[in-house]
Design a protein around this ligand. Structure first.
Ligand code: PLP
Length: 349
C-alpha cells in the first residue's frame, strides 16, 4: 500500500479552505488509516485543529500531536478510564454512560468534555428527537462533564442524505436547548464527508460550525453523489499487488456449485475461455469489491481469503507472473489494507 502524503495534505488543506468562509471548522477523521501518526501529522499540516477517531487505541497513537482529539464512537463503559486519559472530547448518546463518565472524571479531579449526539433520521447513534431536549436537562446536571455541543451523523447506516432541512432540524435543536437551559453550545457538528455537498451548494445552515471529515480528505471523494470535485487527489492510497498465476480457463467452474469459502453460493457469467490472473492479495486484507484497477480493461472476478482473481483477456498489456498491478481503493479497501498487518505500508512524500 503506497500512501501519498503530499496529496492527502493537499486534500485536507482544500477542505479546510472550502469550509473556513462558512465558519465551519474541520475535524479530520483518522480511523480510515488506523491513525498512523505520520499521516495524521500531515492532516495537522493541512490546517486542522482537531483529529477524531472511533477507537481509543488509535487516539493513543496521536498522543504526541498537539491538537484536540475526539473519540467518535460512543464509548463502552469499560473504556471510560481511557476516554478520560486520551480523548479531549467524546461523543455521547446515553445519560447512564455520561453519569459514569462524570463520576470517574470527578474522582480524577478533571472535567471531561462531551458532544451530545442526536439522531435526525439515519438510525445509528444519538438521542431520539423527542428525547434530546429533556436529555440535555439531565446531562447538564452531571458533575465531572462539560457539554460542549450537539452533533449528528448521517448517511452511515441509513444512507440518509444530509440536507438543509435535516441539518436545519439539528440547528433548531441547538437553539431550543440554548434557550431552555440558558447556555451556549460551542460546537454544532453537522456530520461527515456526506455533508460536504452542502458546503459546495451553500446549503449549510448557519449554526453548523463543525464537520468531521474522513473520506473526502483521505480519498478526495464526494461521498453522497459521487461527484468528482476540483483540486482533489483520489490517488492517495494505492495498492500494488503481484501476479502469481496467469492462465486461460473457462468462466464457469466445473462440477456442482455449493458454497464458497465465505459461505455464499457464487454465480458466474459464461464468457467462454478467458485469460485470468491471480494476484497475491485476498479478502483477509482487502475485499475484491473494493479494488479499482488502474488498467480499466481488468475485470475483477472475485476472490478468496488470499487470492484475488482477475479477467485480463481484454487488456492491451501482456501481463506475466511477477508483474505488479496497481489499484485505487474504495473506503473499505483503504480501511482493510491499512488494518491488515500483511499489507506493507509505504509512505511516500
Ligand atoms: C467515521 C465517522 C466520521 C467520518 O466519516 P467520513 O465519511 O469518512 O467523513 C464522522 N463522524 C463519525 C461519528 C464517524 O463515525
Amino acid at each position: 500500500m503506497e500512501v501519498y502524503l503530499d496529496r492527502i495534505e493537499s486534500n485536507c488543506r482544500r477542505t479546510v479552505e472550502l469550509c473556513r468562509p462558512l465558519g465551519i471548522e474541520v475535524t479530520a477523521v483518522t480511523k480510515g488509516f488506523c491513525a498512523y501518526p505520520e499521516i495524521a501529522e500531515r492532516l495537522v499540516k493541512g490546517g486542522v485543529k482537531s483529529l477524531a477517531d472511533s477507537r481509543i487505541d488509535n487516539l493513543k497513537k496521536l498522543k504526541s500531536l498537539d491538537v484536540q482529539k475526539i473519540l467518535l464512537r460512543i464509548p463502552m463503559i469499560s473504556e471510560l478510564d481511557d476516554v478520560i486519559s486520551f480523548a479531549d472530547i467524546v461523543l455521547i448518546s446515553e445519560v447512564k454512560t455520561a453519569e459514569i463518565l462524570g463520576r470517574k472524571a470527578s474522582q480524577r479531579g478533571v472535567t471531561q468534555r462531551v458532544l451530545v449526539m442526536v439522531d435526525i433520521g439515519d438510525l445509528r447513534e444519538g438521542f431520539w428527537p423527542d428525547d434530546i431536549v429533556p436529555a440535555f436537562g439531565q446531562l447538564l446536571k452531571i458533575k465531572g462533564i462539560e457539554v460542549v455541543g450537539l452533533g449528528t451523523n448521517l448517511s452511515c447506516y441509513g444512507g440518509v442524505v444530509p440536507s438543509q432541512e435535516n441539518l436545519g432540524v439539528l440547528a433548531s435543536f441547538a437553539e431550543q436547548i440554548e434557550k431552555r437551559y440558558g447556555i451556549s453550545l460551542d460546537i454544532i457538528s453537522g456530520g461527515n464527508s456526506s455533508s460536504m455537498h452542502l458546503v459546495y451548494n451553500e446549503g449549510m445552515p448557519d449554526r453548523i460550525n463543525n464537520l468531521r471529515i474522513g473520506e473526502a480528505i483521505l480519498l478526495g471523494r464526494e461521498t453522497i453523489f459521487g461527484i468528482q470535485r476540483e483540486s482533489y487527489y483520489n490517488n492517495t492510497f494505492v495498492l500494488k499487488a503481484e501476479i502469481v498465476e496467469v492462465k486461460e480457463k473457462p468462466s464457469i467452474p466445473i462440477g456442482e456449485i455449493g458454497r464458497d469459502a465465505f459461505g455464499c453460493v457464487p454465480t458466474f457469467e459464461d464468457r467462454g475461455v478467458r485469460k485470468r490472473a491471480i494476484i497475491a492479495v485476498g479478502k483477509q486484507d482487502i475485499h475484491p469489491d473494493t479494488l479499482i484497477p488502474y488498467d480499466k480493461d481488468i475485470i475483477i472476478l472475485g476472490g478468496s481469503s488470499d487470492h484475488t482473481i482477475l479477467d485480463i483477456s481484454d487488456c492491451g498489456e501482456d501481463y506475466q507472473i511477477g508483474d505488479i498491478l496497481a489499484f485505487d481503493l474504495t473506503y473499505g479497501g483503504m480501511l482493510g489494507g491499512m488494518t491488515s498487518p500483511y499489507v506493507e505500508k509505504v509512505l511516500i512524500k
